[in-house]
Unconditional design. Structure first.
Ligand SMILES: NC(=O)c1ccc[n+]([C@@H]2O[C@H](COP(=O)([O-])OP(=O)(O)OC[C@H]3O[C@@H](n4cnc5c(N)ncnc54)[C@H](OP(=O)(O)O)[C@@H]3O)[C@@H](O)[C@H]2O)c1
Length: 237
């Protein structure tokens, strides 16, 4: 480990936007912890990044299912064995189960499953990793949200559970920002990105989608907190 090297933890980083965020943070010189619920996929992703030029020995796998409190606790314990400080937590893991569903037919199960991962997961991971973040001079929490969670222009009926849970995730962001005045805690929308979730018709590459997330995790002014961003600009809640 290099002296003063910053450390980042990205959940849901075995593929998609999370993997690209991990890659860009590693390129910026971070030690990067790849969070994944699937051990095989997580290890493969960490190995792939670690083998990329200049990353050797700086990328690690951390098993975590953000929908399960006991898995989050285990991940924090495992993290403590490898590092005592965390500079950036990126709550990226997310699920979209109801893109074609109608809010009038939304089931409790669909809603609760989405909420556990997309909203409560981010809060519980933030709580569990607070002791490590508090050791950073510039602690940052980035919650990967979605324009679908914005209330400013109403809703268009698409993916109600997903959108409501991203609205609530934005609530988590402002609550954490208020409770942690020395932290930068922000929500960010990556835009519509070509991943398994976004589909092949999406307008942005993973590199474009990850860029604004990485900026908040690594480079944005530390005083910017409690806001919602896209493309490095504040957007309405
Ligand atoms: N793509 C878009 O257009 C778009 C737009 C706005 C916001 N977002 C947000 O961006 C984030 C990343 O999305 P993506 O497009 O990269 O999606 P993706 O390709 O489907 O990747 C989602 C990642 O989250 C992980 N994950 C899901 N549930 C998890 C759990 N309980 N515990 C740990 N990891 C879990 C997945 O792991 P597995 O491989 O094990 O399933 C995967 O690594 C999400 O929060 C999403 O809501 C995406």
């Amino acid at each position: 480990m290099r002296r003063n090297q910053r450390a980042a933890f990205v959940t849901g980083a075995n593929k998609g936007i999370g993997f690209e965020v991990a890659r860009q943070l590693a390129r910026e010189g971070f030690r990067v912890f790849i969070g994944a619920r699937n051990e095989e996929a997580g290890k493969a992703a960490a190995e792939k990044l670690d083998h990329e030029e200049k990353n050797q020995g700086n990328v690690f796998f951390l098993e975590i299912d953000v929908s399960k409190p006991e898995s989050i606790e285990r991940a924090a314990e495992e993290f403590a064995r490898q590092s005592d400080r965390l500079d950036a937590l990126v709550n990226n893991a997310g699920i979209l189960l109801d893109d074609d569903k109608d809010v009038l037919a939304l089931t409790a199960e669909m809603f609760q499953t989405t909420l556990r991962t997309n909203t409560l997961g981010a809060l519980l991971v933030s709580q569990a990793f607070l002791p490590f973040l508090r050791k950073s001079d510039n602690p940052r929490i980035v919650n990967v949200s979605s324009g679908g969670g914005q209330l400013a222009d109403g809703a268009d009926g698409w993916a109600p559970a997903y959108c409501i849970c991203k609205t609530a995730l934005n609530g988590v962001t402002v609550q954490l920002a208020a409770a942690l005045p020395d932290f930068a805690v922000n929500s960010v929308c990556p835009g519509w990105v070509r991943t398994d979730m976004g589909g092949s018709n999406a307008t942005r590459s993973v590199a474009e989608g990850a860029s604004g997330i990485v900026w908040l995790a690594a480079d944005a002014p530390q005083g910017e907190t409690g806001k919602f961003w896209r493309d490095r600009k504040v957007i309405p809640w």
